[in-house]
Design a protein around this ligand. Structure first.
Ligand code: F6P
Length: 327
Protein backbone atom coordinates (compact mmCIF):
# COMPACT_ATOMS: atom_id res chain seq x y z
CA UNK A 1 0.00 0.00 0.00
CA UNK A 2 1.34 3.45 -0.88
CA UNK A 3 1.36 5.74 2.13
CA UNK A 4 0.57 8.93 0.30
CA UNK A 5 0.78 11.08 3.42
CA UNK A 6 4.58 10.96 3.10
CA UNK A 7 4.28 13.66 0.43
CA UNK A 8 2.61 16.17 2.72
CA UNK A 9 5.26 17.98 4.73
CA UNK A 10 3.56 20.92 6.35
CA UNK A 11 0.03 22.03 7.10
CA UNK A 12 -1.31 25.28 8.56
CA UNK A 13 -4.32 26.02 10.75
CA UNK A 14 -6.44 29.15 10.93
CA UNK A 15 -9.42 29.87 13.20
CA UNK A 16 -11.80 32.35 11.63
CA UNK A 17 -15.12 34.12 12.35
CA UNK A 18 -16.85 33.91 15.73
CA UNK A 19 -14.97 31.81 18.26
CA UNK A 20 -16.59 28.61 19.53
CA UNK A 21 -15.75 26.45 22.56
CA UNK A 22 -13.75 23.48 21.32
CA UNK A 23 -11.68 25.34 18.72
CA UNK A 24 -8.61 24.78 20.91
CA UNK A 25 -9.40 21.09 21.21
CA UNK A 26 -9.52 20.97 17.40
CA UNK A 27 -6.17 22.78 17.09
CA UNK A 28 -4.62 20.27 19.49
CA UNK A 29 -6.10 17.30 17.61
CA UNK A 30 -4.93 18.60 14.23
CA UNK A 31 -1.38 19.33 15.38
CA UNK A 32 -0.92 16.03 17.19
CA UNK A 33 -2.52 13.98 14.40
CA UNK A 34 -0.26 15.75 11.89
CA UNK A 35 2.91 15.10 13.89
CA UNK A 36 1.98 11.44 14.24
CA UNK A 37 2.27 11.35 10.44
CA UNK A 38 5.51 13.37 10.37
CA UNK A 39 3.69 16.46 9.13
CA UNK A 40 4.65 19.82 10.63
CA UNK A 41 2.13 22.51 11.57
CA UNK A 42 1.92 26.28 11.50
CA UNK A 43 -0.82 28.43 13.03
CA UNK A 44 -1.86 31.66 11.33
CA UNK A 45 -2.98 34.26 13.83
CA UNK A 46 -6.16 36.38 13.97
CA UNK A 47 -8.14 34.54 11.31
CA UNK A 48 -7.73 35.43 7.65
CA UNK A 49 -5.82 38.55 8.71
CA UNK A 50 -2.89 36.30 9.64
CA UNK A 51 -2.76 34.92 6.11
CA UNK A 52 -2.89 38.38 4.61
CA UNK A 53 -0.18 39.80 6.88
CA UNK A 54 1.82 36.55 7.05
CA UNK A 55 1.60 36.37 10.83
CA UNK A 56 2.06 32.85 12.12
CA UNK A 57 3.73 30.66 14.68
CA UNK A 58 5.00 27.12 14.70
CA UNK A 59 2.72 24.63 16.41
CA UNK A 60 4.12 21.48 17.98
CA UNK A 61 2.60 18.71 20.11
CA UNK A 62 4.10 20.48 23.15
CA UNK A 63 2.94 23.99 22.26
CA UNK A 64 -0.68 22.80 22.05
CA UNK A 65 -0.51 21.23 25.51
CA UNK A 66 -2.87 22.54 28.21
CA UNK A 67 -5.42 24.03 25.79
CA UNK A 68 -7.88 21.13 25.36
CA UNK A 69 -10.21 22.43 28.07
CA UNK A 70 -10.05 26.13 27.18
CA UNK A 71 -12.76 28.13 25.42
CA UNK A 72 -11.88 30.65 22.70
CA UNK A 73 -8.95 30.09 20.36
CA UNK A 74 -5.26 30.40 21.17
CA UNK A 75 -4.71 31.46 17.54
CA UNK A 76 -7.14 34.38 17.99
CA UNK A 77 -9.78 35.09 15.38
CA UNK A 78 -11.38 37.94 13.44
CA UNK A 79 -13.91 38.73 10.76
CA UNK A 80 -11.78 40.09 7.91
CA UNK A 81 -13.39 42.40 5.36
CA UNK A 82 -10.17 42.38 3.33
CA UNK A 83 -10.56 38.66 2.71
CA UNK A 84 -13.78 39.35 0.83
CA UNK A 85 -11.70 41.19 -1.81
CA UNK A 86 -9.63 39.59 -4.58
CA UNK A 87 -6.41 41.30 -3.43
CA UNK A 88 -6.87 39.82 0.05
CA UNK A 89 -7.28 36.32 -1.38
CA UNK A 90 -4.28 36.79 -3.69
CA UNK A 91 -2.14 37.89 -0.77
CA UNK A 92 -3.26 34.91 1.33
CA UNK A 93 -2.44 32.50 -1.48
CA UNK A 94 1.08 34.02 -1.77
CA UNK A 95 1.55 33.59 1.99
CA UNK A 96 0.73 29.88 1.71
CA UNK A 97 3.31 29.42 -1.06
CA UNK A 98 6.05 31.42 0.69
CA UNK A 99 5.63 29.32 3.85
CA UNK A 100 5.57 25.98 1.98
CA UNK A 101 2.11 25.15 3.28
CA UNK A 102 0.82 22.00 1.52
CA UNK A 103 -2.52 21.88 3.33
CA UNK A 104 -4.64 24.40 5.22
CA UNK A 105 -7.24 23.57 7.87
CA UNK A 106 -9.85 26.29 8.32
CA UNK A 107 -11.70 26.07 11.63
CA UNK A 108 -14.83 28.22 11.56
CA UNK A 109 -18.40 28.65 10.38
CA UNK A 110 -20.17 29.16 7.06
CA UNK A 111 -18.69 32.65 6.45
CA UNK A 112 -15.18 31.24 6.92
CA UNK A 113 -15.94 28.42 4.53
CA UNK A 114 -17.10 30.83 1.83
CA UNK A 115 -13.68 32.49 2.20
CA UNK A 116 -12.01 29.08 2.13
CA UNK A 117 -13.84 28.17 -1.07
CA UNK A 118 -12.67 31.38 -2.78
CA UNK A 119 -9.12 30.75 -1.61
CA UNK A 120 -9.22 27.11 -2.77
CA UNK A 121 -9.94 28.39 -6.30
CA UNK A 122 -6.80 30.53 -6.23
CA UNK A 123 -4.21 28.23 -4.65
CA UNK A 124 -2.70 24.79 -5.06
CA UNK A 125 -2.67 24.35 -1.30
CA UNK A 126 -5.23 21.73 -0.25
CA UNK A 127 -7.95 23.18 1.97
CA UNK A 128 -10.15 21.36 4.48
CA UNK A 129 -12.78 22.96 6.73
CA UNK A 130 -13.55 22.00 10.33
CA UNK A 131 -17.01 23.30 11.32
CA UNK A 132 -16.94 25.23 14.59
CA UNK A 133 -19.69 27.68 15.46
CA UNK A 134 -22.24 27.93 18.24
CA UNK A 135 -24.88 28.63 15.55
CA UNK A 136 -24.73 25.03 14.19
CA UNK A 137 -25.71 26.40 10.79
CA UNK A 138 -23.12 24.69 8.57
CA UNK A 139 -24.67 22.55 5.86
CA UNK A 140 -23.24 19.02 5.59
CA UNK A 141 -22.81 18.36 9.29
CA UNK A 142 -25.45 17.58 11.88
CA UNK A 143 -23.40 19.32 14.53
CA UNK A 144 -20.64 21.88 14.77
CA UNK A 145 -17.92 22.20 17.42
CA UNK A 146 -19.12 24.51 20.20
CA UNK A 147 -22.84 24.04 19.66
CA UNK A 148 -23.30 21.60 22.54
CA UNK A 149 -21.34 23.88 24.89
CA UNK A 150 -23.47 26.89 23.95
CA UNK A 151 -26.65 24.85 24.44
CA UNK A 152 -25.48 23.85 27.93
CA UNK A 153 -24.45 27.42 28.80
CA UNK A 154 -27.76 28.87 27.67
CA UNK A 155 -29.73 26.09 29.38
CA UNK A 156 -27.93 26.74 32.69
CA UNK A 157 -28.74 30.46 32.45
CA UNK A 158 -32.38 29.80 31.62
CA UNK A 159 -32.67 27.40 34.57
CA UNK A 160 -31.61 30.30 36.80
CA UNK A 161 -33.99 32.72 35.14
CA UNK A 162 -36.77 30.14 35.62
CA UNK A 163 -36.23 30.42 39.42
CA UNK A 164 -36.92 34.14 39.39
CA UNK A 165 -39.74 33.76 36.85
CA UNK A 166 -41.51 31.32 39.19
CA UNK A 167 -40.88 33.43 42.31
CA UNK A 168 -42.23 36.61 40.72
CA UNK A 169 -44.87 34.88 38.58
CA UNK A 170 -43.50 36.54 35.47
CA UNK A 171 -43.05 35.74 31.82
CA UNK A 172 -39.51 36.03 30.41
CA UNK A 173 -38.43 36.46 26.82
CA UNK A 174 -34.90 35.12 26.60
CA UNK A 175 -32.92 35.97 23.50
CA UNK A 176 -30.25 33.50 22.42
CA UNK A 177 -27.65 33.84 19.64
CA UNK A 178 -27.76 32.16 16.26
CA UNK A 179 -27.51 35.04 13.82
CA UNK A 180 -30.29 34.43 11.25
CA UNK A 181 -30.85 30.79 12.18
CA UNK A 182 -32.78 29.05 14.96
CA UNK A 183 -30.73 25.90 15.68
CA UNK A 184 -29.55 27.13 19.07
CA UNK A 185 -32.97 28.51 20.06
CA UNK A 186 -34.79 25.31 19.05
CA UNK A 187 -32.51 22.99 21.04
CA UNK A 188 -32.13 25.28 24.03
CA UNK A 189 -35.88 25.91 24.10
CA UNK A 190 -36.61 22.19 24.14
CA UNK A 191 -34.10 21.27 26.85
CA UNK A 192 -34.95 24.27 29.05
CA UNK A 193 -38.68 23.50 28.84
CA UNK A 194 -39.63 26.78 27.16
CA UNK A 195 -43.35 27.43 26.83
CA UNK A 196 -42.79 29.19 23.48
CA UNK A 197 -39.86 29.02 21.03
CA UNK A 198 -39.40 31.61 18.32
CA UNK A 199 -37.07 30.97 15.38
CA UNK A 200 -36.45 32.97 12.18
CA UNK A 201 -37.35 29.92 10.09
CA UNK A 202 -41.01 30.23 11.16
CA UNK A 203 -43.01 33.39 10.63
CA UNK A 204 -43.85 34.91 13.98
CA UNK A 205 -47.59 34.68 14.56
CA UNK A 206 -48.30 37.01 17.49
CA UNK A 207 -51.85 35.76 17.96
CA UNK A 208 -50.62 32.19 18.45
CA UNK A 209 -48.08 33.36 21.03
CA UNK A 210 -50.70 35.42 22.95
CA UNK A 211 -53.17 32.56 22.77
CA UNK A 212 -50.65 29.98 24.06
CA UNK A 213 -49.68 32.18 26.99
CA UNK A 214 -53.31 32.96 27.85
CA UNK A 215 -54.19 29.24 27.75
CA UNK A 216 -51.21 28.46 29.98
CA UNK A 217 -52.41 31.08 32.48
CA UNK A 218 -55.92 29.60 32.40
CA UNK A 219 -54.38 26.16 33.14
CA UNK A 220 -52.71 27.60 36.23
CA UNK A 221 -49.25 28.34 34.85
CA UNK A 222 -48.21 31.51 36.61
CA UNK A 223 -44.83 31.94 34.91
CA UNK A 224 -43.30 31.07 31.59
CA UNK A 225 -40.23 31.16 29.38
CA UNK A 226 -40.19 32.28 25.77
CA UNK A 227 -36.90 31.47 24.02
CA UNK A 228 -36.33 33.68 20.98
CA UNK A 229 -33.50 33.43 18.46
CA UNK A 230 -31.75 36.76 17.95
CA UNK A 231 -32.77 36.60 14.28
CA UNK A 232 -36.43 36.97 15.26
CA UNK A 233 -37.86 40.46 15.25
CA UNK A 234 -37.44 43.06 18.03
CA UNK A 235 -37.97 41.17 21.29
CA UNK A 236 -38.24 44.38 23.37
CA UNK A 237 -41.29 45.39 21.35
CA UNK A 238 -42.70 41.87 21.56
CA UNK A 239 -42.28 41.87 25.36
CA UNK A 240 -44.41 45.04 25.58
CA UNK A 241 -47.07 43.57 23.33
CA UNK A 242 -47.24 40.34 25.37
CA UNK A 243 -47.56 42.38 28.55
CA UNK A 244 -50.47 44.40 27.24
CA UNK A 245 -52.20 41.39 25.65
CA UNK A 246 -51.88 38.96 28.57
CA UNK A 247 -51.73 41.33 31.53
CA UNK A 248 -48.71 39.39 32.83
CA UNK A 249 -45.49 41.01 33.95
CA UNK A 250 -42.90 40.41 31.21
CA UNK A 251 -39.12 40.81 31.38
CA UNK A 252 -36.54 40.40 28.65
CA UNK A 253 -33.08 38.90 29.03
CA UNK A 254 -30.39 38.75 26.32
CA UNK A 255 -27.90 35.97 27.02
CA UNK A 256 -25.28 37.42 24.64
CA UNK A 257 -21.61 36.57 24.31
CA UNK A 258 -21.41 34.32 27.40
CA UNK A 259 -22.86 31.68 25.05
CA UNK A 260 -19.66 31.77 22.99
CA UNK A 261 -17.24 31.28 25.86
CA UNK A 262 -16.40 28.82 28.60
CA UNK A 263 -14.83 25.38 28.77
CA UNK A 264 -16.03 23.08 26.00
CA UNK A 265 -18.28 20.22 27.06
CA UNK A 266 -17.19 16.61 26.61
CA UNK A 267 -19.31 16.45 23.47
CA UNK A 268 -17.69 19.54 21.92
CA UNK A 269 -14.21 18.19 22.76
CA UNK A 270 -15.04 14.78 21.30
CA UNK A 271 -16.32 16.29 18.07
CA UNK A 272 -13.23 18.55 17.89
CA UNK A 273 -10.92 15.56 18.35
CA UNK A 274 -12.70 13.45 15.71
CA UNK A 275 -12.99 16.33 13.23
CA UNK A 276 -9.33 17.29 13.77
CA UNK A 277 -8.11 13.79 13.10
CA UNK A 278 -10.32 13.45 10.01
CA UNK A 279 -9.11 16.80 8.62
CA UNK A 280 -5.49 15.66 8.80
CA UNK A 281 -6.33 12.26 7.29
CA UNK A 282 -8.13 14.03 4.45
CA UNK A 283 -5.13 16.24 3.71
CA UNK A 284 -2.73 13.32 4.10
CA UNK A 285 -4.66 11.52 1.35
CA UNK A 286 -4.03 14.65 -0.73
CA UNK A 287 -7.69 15.55 -0.82
CA UNK A 288 -8.87 19.13 -0.43
CA UNK A 289 -11.87 21.30 -1.22
CA UNK A 290 -13.94 19.66 1.49
CA UNK A 291 -15.03 20.00 5.06
CA UNK A 292 -15.41 17.33 7.69
CA UNK A 293 -18.82 16.69 9.18
CA UNK A 294 -20.97 14.45 11.35
CA UNK A 295 -23.65 12.47 9.53
CA UNK A 296 -25.60 9.64 11.18
CA UNK A 297 -22.82 9.01 13.69
CA UNK A 298 -20.05 8.91 11.07
CA UNK A 299 -17.32 11.49 10.48
CA UNK A 300 -17.45 12.20 6.76
CA UNK A 301 -16.13 14.56 4.09
CA UNK A 302 -18.49 17.01 2.41
CA UNK A 303 -17.65 19.06 -0.70
CA UNK A 304 -16.89 22.64 0.32
CA UNK A 305 -18.76 24.18 -2.61
CA UNK A 306 -21.86 22.07 -1.91
CA UNK A 307 -21.86 23.08 1.74
CA UNK A 308 -21.49 26.75 0.81
CA UNK A 309 -24.38 26.74 -1.62
CA UNK A 310 -26.78 24.72 0.56
CA UNK A 311 -28.75 26.07 3.47
CA UNK A 312 -29.02 23.67 6.40
CA UNK A 313 -32.60 22.72 7.22
CA UNK A 314 -33.92 23.24 10.73
CA UNK A 315 -35.98 20.28 11.95
CA UNK A 316 -39.12 21.93 13.25
CA UNK A 317 -40.11 18.76 15.14
CA UNK A 318 -38.12 20.03 18.12
CA UNK A 319 -40.53 22.98 18.31
CA UNK A 320 -43.56 20.70 18.12
CA UNK A 321 -42.17 18.44 20.84
CA UNK A 322 -41.27 21.41 23.04
CA UNK A 323 -44.85 22.70 22.67
CA UNK A 324 -46.29 19.27 23.59
CA UNK A 325 -44.04 18.91 26.62
CA UNK A 326 -44.64 22.46 27.86
CA UNK A 327 -48.40 22.01 28.25
O1 F6P B 1 -21.71 33.22 14.47
C1 F6P B 1 -21.61 33.19 15.83
C2 F6P B 1 -22.23 34.41 16.44
O2 F6P B 1 -21.96 34.34 17.81
C3 F6P B 1 -23.70 34.63 16.17
O3 F6P B 1 -24.52 33.80 16.97
C4 F6P B 1 -23.82 36.11 16.48
O4 F6P B 1 -24.92 36.67 15.80
C5 F6P B 1 -22.55 36.64 15.90
O5 F6P B 1 -21.62 35.58 15.94
C6 F6P B 1 -21.97 37.82 16.61
O6 F6P B 1 -20.90 38.27 15.84
P1 F6P B 1 -19.75 39.26 16.30
O7 F6P B 1 -18.70 38.44 16.97
O8 F6P B 1 -19.23 39.81 15.02
O9 F6P B 1 -20.37 40.26 17.21
Amino acid sequence: MIKRWRYLKQIAIVTSGGDAPGMNAAIRAIVRSAYSKNIKALGFLRGWKGLITNTHRTLTPRSVGGILHLGGTVLNTSRSQLFKRQDGITQASKTLVSNNVDGLVVIGGDGSFRGALELSRRTNTLIVGVPATIDNDVSGTEETIGFDTAVNTAMAEIDKIRDTAISHERLFIIEVMGRKRGFLAATVGLVAGAEVILVPEMKLDREVVFQTLKENAAKGKKSGIIVAAEGVEDTAELAKEIESETGAEVRRSILGYAQRGGNPTARSRLLASLFGEKAVETLAMENGGSLVGLQKGEIVNVALDKSCRTSKRLDLNALKLAATLAT
